[in-house]
Ligand binder design. Structure first.
Ligand code: ZN
Ligand code: ZN
Ligand code: ZN
Length: 396
């Protein structure tokens, strides 16, 4: 009994410090530091700067961090990309944050829920919604995604449109050699009205893929996968936003062509956007090179493993409707996948240091180029990217 009492006392002490930390955090956020939140590391509570992914174990340490050079650099990048009139509606804990100052909830680091963006599960849906996804007036409807593994089993997942992003890139063309280099590619958040702007924006294409966003506590279609191996990344935290890929043409989640159980891979919303951007970039490079080197057979060979579609960065599913039990096969070797992921991480870092200056909030990739002489730069709109959010679970 004595042990129990002392445990209770310890717990009370922990709760007290949580209350104190919440009060401190509220004040800190009122001062404009909306990208600071609370996280628990073991039994300790820490302030956490989402811009720098830095834990600070006291208010003093936090303010030293906020006054430091690293933070100032990241803040400058964030001001240019994340602090617009229409902020990204996500809070994924690695790039996007909740700009409302109301949030003072304690975030619990949850070991065992997946250390990073990757997931080892795999499965698939048996039916497809077919083309109505792209042809229906989806803005007025919930879209039902069939055969998704949720908390209570496999069922239809209702998602509502959240808004639209515009993918565009900056290209540098050498006036003499006509060689082209893409120096930046990004997604700008247009918000809910974005889909009405496509004519005005002169964006000819809508991406075949969309992003579906969830709160992580949502009972995601993720089976525990011990032994996941991937790049060291940030964990996905309960209540934070995670995202998965939807194939708008078939109405299936991308992972559904790689498994038959309805399981799918969740990622940080920002990581998934960056992955889509790298896929688009590779597809652009592929087009460019294949027109330049059509007669070079060796070159064709070299390009064999290039990315030809957006796909799940974990299982490489595209969400095509599969025939019977014959699952889609991955086409990109794991070593190549690792190379693309590293390239994405580097380019995201470079973007935060030197982002495209846009009126809208954005996130993107930057590939610094040294040959700026004798070249001409253009910004090219590429695609609209639709975003959905799953609010509650319904039967199809
Ligand atoms: Zn910071
Ligand atoms: Zn997947
Ligand atoms: Zn991630």
């Amino acid at each position: 009994m004595i042990g129990r009492e002392s445990n209770l006392r310890k717990e009370a002490a922990v709760n007290l410090s949580e209350v104190a930390a919440s009060t401190q955090l509220r004040k800190i956020r009122q001062q404009g530091y909306v990208y600071v939140e609370l996280r628990r590391v073991g039994r300790r509570i820490s302030f956490f700067c989402i811009l720098c992914l830095t834990p600070c174990y006291s208010e003093t340490v936090l303010f030293v961090h906020l006054g430091g050079n690293l933070h100032k650099r990241r803040l400058a990048g964030a001001k240019a990309t994340l602090f617009g009139a229409t902020p990204w509606p996500f809070d994924d804990g690695v790039l996007f944050f909740d700009t409302s100052t109301e949030t003072d909830m304690l975030m619990h680091d949850a070991p065992g829920l997946g250390r990073n963006c990757s997931c080892g599960a795999s499965s698939r849906s048996s039916c497809s919604v077919a083309d109505e996804v792209t042809t229906c007036n989806w803005a007025d409807n919930s879209l039902i995604i069939p055969g998704v593994l949720l908390k209570q089993g496999v069922s239809g997942l209702a998602v509502q449109p959240l808004g639209v992003g515009q993918i565009a890139y900056r290209v540098q063309e050498n006036k003499e050699s006509r060689g082209k280099i893409i120096t930046r590619i990004w997604c700008a958040w247009l918000g809910q009205e974005g889909s009405n702007l496509s004519d005005e924006l002169n964006v000819p294409v809508t991406s075949q893929y969309a992003i579906v966003n969830f709160p992580y506590a949502y009972g995601l279609g993720r089976k525990p996968a011990p032994g996941d191996e991937d790049l060291p990344m940030q964990p996905m935290l309960p209540r934070k936003d995670v995202a998965t890929l939807l194939n708008r043409r078939t109405g299936n989640l991308a992972c559904s062509s790689r498994n038959t159980t309805g399981a799918f891979h969740p990622f940080h919303a920002s990581c998934l956007i960056h992955w889509i951007l790298i896929c688009e970039l590779e597809m652009l490079a592929d087009q460019k090179q294949s027109t330049e080197t059509t007669e070079d057979a060796r070159e064709d060979q070299r390009l064999e493993n290039r990315i030809s579609s957006v796909f799940c960065p974990e299982c490489q599913g595209t969400g095509i409707s599969i025939q019977g039990e014959e699952l889609e096969k991955p086409t990109v070797p794991l070593s190549e996948m690792l190379r693309y992921k590293l390239k994405t991480i580097e380019a995201t870092e470079a973007w935060m240091k030197n982002p495209e200056m846009l009126k809208k909030c954005s996130t993107g990739l930057h590939f610094p180029s040294d040959c700026t002489e004798n070249s001409e730069e253009n910004v090219v709109p590429l695609k609209l990217l639709h975003f959905f959010r799953a609010h509650e679970q319904r039967q199809a």
